[in-house]
Write a protein that binds this ligand. Structure first.
Ligand code: SF4
Ligand code: SF4
Length: 359
C-alpha cells in the first residue's frame, strides 16, 4: 500500500492556489515513529512512503530518520524543490521518485509561486542530476487560468538542462471555490482543450521518430486504451493509497485533512487491511462511459463537489477531450508498435508515485 506521510503542514512558499500551508494549530507530527512502525508492521504488502507536506524538506532530520527506520520501503518525495539540496546525497538517491513543483515557464511559475522561484527550482533540479540522481524526476505542474498548457508543458518537456523524466499536471479545479477562475469555460474552450490537442499531436509525432516523451497523463491512458484493461481511480485514494496526517489520523487523500468524510482511520487503532478499498468514487463515475479509462479522476472532487454537479461536469469535459484526443491517434500508435518503432511497455507508468495521471 502507499502512504502519503504529511511531515509538516508548514510551507516555505505562499502559492496562489494553496496559500502557504498552515501556521496555526498543530502543524507537526503528533505521533511517535514507534506508533507509525507498529502500524506499518501490520501491512503485509510492499510499502511506499510518499513524503508530503506542507513542504516535507522543512523536516530533513525526520526524513532521514524515516528512511533509516523503514529500509525496505519505497520512498517518494513531493517537494517545491527549494530546499532539496539540504538532504544528504545518499538519502536523495534512496528516492524512487522526486516530484518537483514547477508550473511551466519562468513567467508562469513565478506568477503562481513568487518571483525567483523558477530559477531556484531549476538550479536545484540541475544539482539533483549533477549528483547522479537516477530515479524518476517528475515536473509536477499546477495548472490554472494563467497557464497555457501547450506552452508550459512543452517548455518542461523540452528543457535540456535539467531534464525531467516525466511531466505531470493537475488542474486547479474543485479543490477550492470557483472564485479563483474568471472564465473557466472560456479557458477550456480557447486554451486548454486546443493545447491538449496540439500536445497529443506532438507526442505521437515524437513516437513516430521513436521518442517517447514522458508526458505522464498520456502514457498510462494510452496504455489502457490499447490494452482495454479497465483502470480504477488512478491516484489510488481510498483504494490502496492513503494519507497519514500529522495527528496520526488516516485520510483517503493528502489534500483533505479538514474534511470529515476523508478521515477513515488512525494509525494507533486501525489495521492496514481495514483500509483497502474503503472508499470509491460515486455518481456520476460508475455509469460514465469512459470510467474504464478515466477511473474517476479525483475522489476528493467526486465527494465534495465544491463546484456543484455542473462544475464537476465541466471538469469532466476536459477529461473526455484528453481521452478522445488520445483515442484519435490509436491507429498510428498501433502501427508503431506493430513495426517495433516503440513497444507497449514504453507506454506504461506502472508505479503510483503521486502522479494522479488524470489532470
Ligand atoms: S470523466 Fe468524469 S464522470 Fe467520467 S469517470 Fe471521469 S471523473 Fe467520472
Ligand atoms: S486526485 Fe484527488 S483524491 Fe486523488 S490524491 Fe489528488 S486530490 Fe486526492
Amino acid at each position: 500500500m502507499n502512504y502519503h506521510l504529511i511531515l509538516t503542514r508548514q510551507c516555505n512558499l505562499n502559492c496562489v492556489y494553496c496559500h502557504g500551508g498552515e501556521e496555526d494549530g498543530n502543524t507537526e507530527i503528533q505521533y511517535s515513529i514507534d506508533n507509525l512502525s507498529d502500524f506499518l508492521k501490520k501491512d503485509r504488502t510492499n510499502i511506499s512512503l510518499l513524503f508530503y507536506g506542507g513542504e516535507p524538506t522543512l523536516r530533513v532530520p525526520l526524513i532521514i530518520d524515516l528512511i533509516d527506520r523503514f529500509p525496505k520501503a519505497t520512498f517518494m518525495l513531493q517537494t517545491n524543490g527549494l530546499l532539496v539540496s539540504q538532504l544528504p546525497e545518499d538519502y536523495i538517491k534512496r528516492f524512487h521518485s522526486i516530484l518537483v513543483s514547477i508550473d511551466g515557464t519562468e513567467e508562469t511559475t513565478d506568477r503562481y509561486r513568487s518571483k525567483g522561484v523558477y530559477q531556484r527550482v531549476i538550479k536545484n533540479v540541475r544539482w539533483l542530476r549533477e549528483i547522479g540522481y537516477e530515479g524518476d524526476l517528475v515536473a509536477r505542474m499546477a495548472v490554472s487560468e494563467q497557464s497555457d498548457i501547450y506552452r508550459d508543458v512543452r517548455h518542461l518537456v523540452d528543457l535540456g538542462n535539467p531534464s525531467f523524466d516525466h511531466v505531470h499536471w493537475q488542474l486547479n479545479v474543485v479543490c477550492d471555490a470557483e472564485g479563483n477562475w474568471n472564465d473557466f469555460d472560456g479557458w477550456v474552450e480557447k486554451s486548454y482543450n486546443p493545447g491538449i490537442t496540439m500536445l497529443v499531436e506532438d507526442w505521437v509525432s515524437g513516437l513516430e521518430e521513436g521518442r517517447v516523451q514522458g508526458i505522464a497523463p498520456f502514457l498510462p491512458v494510452m496504455h489502457t486504451i490499447l490494452t482495454g484493461e479497465r483502470t480504477e481511480l488512478r491516484c489510488g485514494s481510498g483504494l490502496d493509497t492513503f494519507a497519514i496526517h500529522v495527528d496520526g489520523s488516516i485520510g483517503v487523500c493528502p489534500i483533505s485533512p479538514d474534511w470529515e468524510f476523508s478521515i477513515v482511520g488512525d494509525i494507533r487503532t486501525t489495521r492496514p487491511e481495514q483500509l483497502r478499498g474503503i472508499m470509491r468514487v460515486e455518481d456520476p463515475c460508475p455509469t460514465c462511459d469512459i470510467e474504464w479509462v478515466c477511473g474517476g479522476r479525483c475522489l476528493f472532487a467526486n465527494r465534495e463537489r465544491l463546484w456543484g454537479d455542473e462544475g464537476l461536469r465541466k471538469v469532466c469535459k476536459t477529461v473526455r477531450h484528453l481521452i478522445e484526443s488520445l483515442q484519435n491517434i490509436v491507429p498510428r500508435v498501433q502501427e508503431l508498435i506493430e513495426n517495433e518503432v516503440i513497444s507497449l511497455d514504453q507506454l506504461s507508468y506502472p508505479v503510483n508515485n503521486g502522479c494522479e495521471v488524470i489532470p
